[in-house]
Design a protein around this ligand. Structure first.
Ligand SMILES: NC(=O)c1ccc[n+]([C@@H]2O[C@H](COP(=O)([O-])OP(=O)(O)OC[C@H]3O[C@@H](n4cnc5c(N)ncnc54)[C@H](OP(=O)(O)O)[C@@H]3O)[C@@H](O)[C@H]2O)c1
Length: 245
């Protein structure tokens, strides 16, 4: 039985990933702060035929509680085959720039909290010498832009951390997958105008599941963001700093 841990299980992308693992041979542990969402998602996964499902309620802004949380996850699942970290917030850059305490909260949740969870998860994966750790980063972390560099810097730092962790865990046969989606239509982006580059969470979830199966290191999803970011990263800073992005 494959054992799957989802930290941030109420995320729309995570919910779609969980559906892909809802098979009789799998056991899923969902962690989120929203009790109602946890109940609804676990009931839905039950009707889709998942082998075993459990839930833990946790607010990821409680960084001091991360150690106990991960201990509890290992106690419930034993071995973890796939761990997906999917929670996050997308702050309003203009608002947060004027409020350092709000900015601090955003950085703590989108960066510090994830690093501490990864740090607690790692020894178990090292011991198992198998499994996959997949983490939601973003194309926003590839280059700082005036419209979202607070969120972007958390994702950029996270991507570098994951690169280092991948390097550490490679010899232990543990996959570390950095997921870099572009624009995905979920509650996080509900206030944005949607256009051609937008996709639904089902597409991103399928790409994540395939990338886990193929033991990929970094996933740009959909694929065309790899090309878009190649161009964005190649623009000389002298020009880039003058663009209104
Ligand atoms: N959507 C995009 O365009 C996009 C693009 C690139 C990267 N991403 C990344 O993909 C991941 C998933 O986002 P999504 O698009 O699926 O958005 P979403 O549906 O809005 O999910 C975000 C989730 O984070 C949870 N969360 C926020 N603060 C939390 C806290 N303190 N404790 C526990 N849970 C908390 C929310 O739970 P509550 O329901 O309890 O608030 C929500 O379920 C995020 O890391 C995001 O940064 C998204």
């Amino acid at each position: 039985m494959a054992k799957i841990l989802i930290l941030g299980a109420s995320s729309t992308i995570a919910e779609h990933v969980a559906r892909l693992y809802a098979k009789s041979e799998n056991e899923i542990l969902l962690v989120a702060r929203n009790v109602q969402a946890l109940t609804e998602i676990s009931q839905d996964l039950g009707t889709r035929g998942v082998g075993k499902i459990s839930t833990v309620v946790h607010d990821f802004s409680d960084i001091a509680g991360a150690q106990n949380l991960i201990k509890q996850c290992y106690e419930i699942l034993g071995k973890i085959d796939v761990a997906l970290i999917a929670f996050g917030t997308l702050p309003d850059q203009a608002e947060v720039s004027c409020d350092s305490s709000a900015m601090h909260k955003e950085i703590l949740l989108n960066y510090n909290s994830i690093l501490i969870l990864l740090n607690e998860l790692t020894p178990g994966f090292e011991q198992q010498q198998s499994g996959s750790i997949a983490v939601m980063s973003s194309v926003a972390g590839d280059r700082g832009r005036q419209s979202n560099y607070i969120y972007g810097s958390a994702k950029g730092g996270l991507s570098i951390f994951l690169q280092g962790l991948r390097n550490r865990l490679a010899e232990k046969n543990v996959q570390v997958l950095t997921v870099k989606p572009g624009f995905v239509d979920t509650p996080m982006t509900k206030s944005f105008d949607k256009g051609l580059l937008w996709v639904g969470p089902d597409k991103v979830a399928k790409d994540i599941s395939k990338a886990i199966d193929k033991k990929k290191d970094v996933l740009y999803t959909p694929w065309f963001w790899w090309w878009i970011m190649l161009i964005i990263r190649a623009i000389p800073e002298k020009i880039f700093k003058r663009l209104k992005l």
